[in-house]
Every structure is written in C-alpha cells, then in structure tokens.
Design a protein. Structure first.
Length: 471
C-alpha cells in the first residue's frame, strides 16, 4: 500500500518535513540585481546629462544684440499683450564659417537673405509667420557697428540693416516698420539649415511642376519626393530662373517648405524616436544663434512644445502685403492700409486669416519688374550692395525718390501730380510710428499705427502647415 500523497505546496510527501531553503542566497541575488540596475540608471543618467550638456553647448548665445538694444530702449515699442511672443527669424547668407564657402566668396559681409516675424498667440492656439521682403524700402535707423562707429539713418532696402550693423539694427528696423516689440531672435545660416534637413532624413514635398535652376544647383522633377539638405537649400533660395523671378514668389516657396518642415517635425516617428531625435536636435542647436531667452535646450524645447500643440491649420505663413516700389521697380514697398492692419492685428494678438488666393496688388501679369534673370529694368542684379558691388557705405545706394518724395517726418501727403482728396482730421503721431509703406506715391495717407481701422481686416495671401504642396 502506497504512502500518503504529496503535499500540495511543499512538493514533499505528507508527514515528511520540507527541505529548508537558504534565504541568504536569494537576498544576495536581489542585491546583485539592484546593484546592476543602479549602475544602469547611473550610466543612462550620466549619458543623458552628457548629451544634454553637449546640445546646450552647441547653441551660440548672442549677448551683444541685447546689450545694444538696451541702448535704444526708449525708442522701442512696448509689448501690448502679456504672454504673446514675437520672434524674429533671420536667415543669414554669410559665406564665412564651415561649409558656407561653396555658396559664394567670403567677402566678410553678411546679409539677411530671409527674415520672418513669427508671432505666437498668448493662448498658444495659433502661430503666424510673416515674411518680410529683403528688397523692401524702409528707413534704417542710425545703428552702432561692432567697431563702435555709427551708421547714418538712411532710406534703403531692408536687408542693408543686417549687413551694416547686424541683428540689433535689423530688429530696430523691423520694430520701426511694424511697431511690434521683438521678444527673441534666431539667426540661421546656409550650412545650418542644410544640416538640419539632412538630420531629419530629408523633408517630403510634392511639386506640381519640375524645377530647374542652375544657379541654385536645383534639378527636380514634378511629383512627390524627399529633398535632402542641399536640395532643400536650393529650393528655398532659388529665384532667378523660376517663375517670374520675384522675391515674393521665392518667399511663397519658403513658406510652403516651412509648412512641410513643421509637419515632419511634429510627426511621432521623429519626436518619439530617440535615435532619430538626437541627430535633429544636434543639428538644430549647432545651427542657431539666439538671444539669452532661447539659448538652452530646455528653452528651445519649451518653444517647440508650444508650437507642436497648435493645430496645423492654425500654423500660418504669409508675406506682408507688398508691391513694386514706385521709384525703382527692382525694390518693394508695402501695400496700405493692408500692411498697417496686419501689424495692428499682430500687436493686439488678434486672429489673422490667410488664403492661397493671389492678392491683386501682388498679381504680376505684365509686370516688367524682372526680366528672365530676375533683374530690374536696368538689367542689374538688385542686390543689397549697390551698383559698385562693394556692400559698404561707400557703395552707391539704390535710386532714391525725388526730394519731394523723401521720407517725411510726419504723415505723408500724395505727390503733387496725384489728385488730393480732402484730408480727414487725424491725430499727429511720432514719425517712428508711421510705417514706410504709407509713403507710397499716388495713394492717400494710410491709417497710422495708433488710428482706428477704417475697414475690416483683409484675408492675406499665404498658406498653413495643414496644406499640401500640390493642393
């Protein structure tokens, strides 16, 4: 007769004592596992700290601009809406620095090839990026140069401000035009832009037409494709052999590309994949020069995070209303009162509406502003250097309006040859508050920055990050 069955828990027969286990052995294994886990945590934390510090050290802080702006604080506009932010993004065409030499000879000068005013709404439910034409005629204030000397105030094309006296002068010029307080600035050069796109494994675009531009080294077929960094740089810079050769059309391509870039950067495949995200952050931080308010990875991350939460249809890109300058068709001037209304909406953090339609003032059929090479009627390349190509103050300035049309100190009256309507009663404003485009000839004075709007805000030509390239 067999004995009693085995016990249900001990695995031992009933009536026989269980073999005792050694608790010390189990504790030693637990301690070893805990030690290994602690080492792994320390290694990961240490590696994370090293990478974080590396990314932080990549960012170049521009303290000189803040110091210079403090000198002119009394002349700067005040912020009107708490929480709203205005960031000036400057694309520099400097040929100095690693990798930039292939885009031209380094003459020691730099110009703002692209300038975008980015407005983030106080509730962070919308973002509006406004492109400012490089050839826009504007009053550039007297600015302090690096050698301590000062430039003279002048009426010239907008991107001269950056060439003459750098970022602070550009910010002050933008504030004079718009009366919008600039809170932060970011400067990005050619090579930095290219490296950022490459780190993202390219940006997908859909082109409805083939593109062929020898100067930009750009040869792209129509259809959906992914542009690498070199192709992307050519796409956003191409001008002379594409379309009508205008800067307006080039800014439209830049806005569409930025929309595609925003869509790609918001994708979960990038943001949730550390193997892909780190190279992008490394390239981005190496690419930028910022003020102290954006000079750390944490600060840039907070900025990107707020934009990431904005619906793509509310991330908008547009060009400030412009038209060929009356006294030199190779330059631009603002369209009024539309430009003043746009600036007022941004100052007051009011909604801005954009549409893909072409504004009548920007429609260019029959416009002889540019020949097939993108040059003006004179056949000269409308570059910022002046006709002698020096890019210095000694160079010849662009053709200026007659003395009767020179930038006045107060509200502007039409030229004598234009029919003059009875002037409405207005409240005088400082000359710095009068946008330059209100000096457009054969047009009545526009509303100033402080005067009420006479019409409803228009819908501006532009696009959003939700729109596709072919749509």
């Amino acid at each position: 007769m067999s004995g009693p069955p085995d016990g249900p828990f001990t695995g031992e027969p009933y009536g026989r004592p269980a073999t005792p286990r050694r608790p010390g052995r189990r504790r030693r294994w637990l301690r070893r596992l805990a030690a290994v886990a602690a080492v792994l945590v320390l290694v990961v934390a240490g590696l994370g700290w090293v990478l974080y510090e590396q990314l932080n050290s990549n960012i170049t802080t521009d303290d000189e601009t803040a110091e210079e702006l403090r000198r002119w604080e009394k002349q700067r506009p005040s912020a009107l809406v708490r929480g709203a932010q205005n960031i000036l993004v400057i694309g520099s065409d400097t040929r100095s620095g690693s990798g930039n030499g292939k885009y031209g000879e380094d003459s020691g000068s730099q110009r703002s090839d692209t300038t975008i005013l980015l407005h983030l709404a106080a509730d962070r439910k919308s973002a509006t990026a406004v492109s400012l034409p490089r050839d826009l005629m504007a009053t550039i204030p007297s600015c302090r140069k690096r050698d301590g000397s000062y430039t003279n105030e002048r009426f010239a094309q907008f991107n001269w401000a950056y060439e003459l006296a750098g970022t602070a002068c550009t910010i002050r010029t933008v504030e004079n035009i718009t009366r919008i307080r600039i809170d932060h600035h970011i400067v990005l050069d050619f090579n930095g832009f290219k490296n950022l796109v490459d780190a993202m494994d390219g940006v997908e675009l859909c082109l409805d037409k083939p593109m062929d531009d020898r100067e930009a080294k750009l040869h792209l077929p129509a259809g959906r494709q992914t542009l690498d960094g070199e192709q992307a740089l050519g796409y956003v810079r191409a001008r002379y052999s594409l379309g009508d050769g205008s800067d307006t059309e080039r800014m439209g391509r830049q806005q569409k590309f930025l929309g595609a870039l925003v869509r790609d950067m918001r994708s979960e495949g990038l943001l949730l994949n550390p193997a892909r995200l780190y190279p992008v952050l490394d390239a981005a931080t190496k690419s930028v020069t910022t003020d102290a308010g954006l000079d750390s990875l944490r600060k840039l991350y907070d900025l990107v995070r707020t934009v990431r939460d904005i619906p793509t249809e509310r991330v908008q890109f547009l060009t400030v209303p412009r038209r060929p300058y009356a006294f030199n068709s190779a330059r631009d001037e603002l369209v009024q009162p539309d430009a003043d209304q746009l600036f007022r909406q941004l100052r007051l953090d009011q909604p801005v509406s954009v549409s893909a339609r072409v504004r009548p003032a920007d429609d260019k059929p029959g416009d002889d502003r540019h020949d097939r090479h993108g040059r003006g009627r004179s056949g000269r390349d409308p570059g910022p250097e002046g006709t002698d190509g020096t890019g210095t103050e000694g160079g010849e300035a662009p053709p200026a309006p007659p003395a009767s049309a020179a930038p006045p100190a107060g509200p502007v009256a039409p030229p004598p040859q234009a029919p003059v309507a009875p002037a409405p009663r207005t409240v005088p404003v400082p000359s710095s508050a009068v946008p330059m485009a209100s000096q457009a000839p054969q047009a009545p004075p526009s509303a100033t920055a402080s005067s009420p709007l006479s019409t409803a805000p228009p819908t501006y030509q532009g696009t959003t990050a939700a729109r596709g390239m072919c749509g």
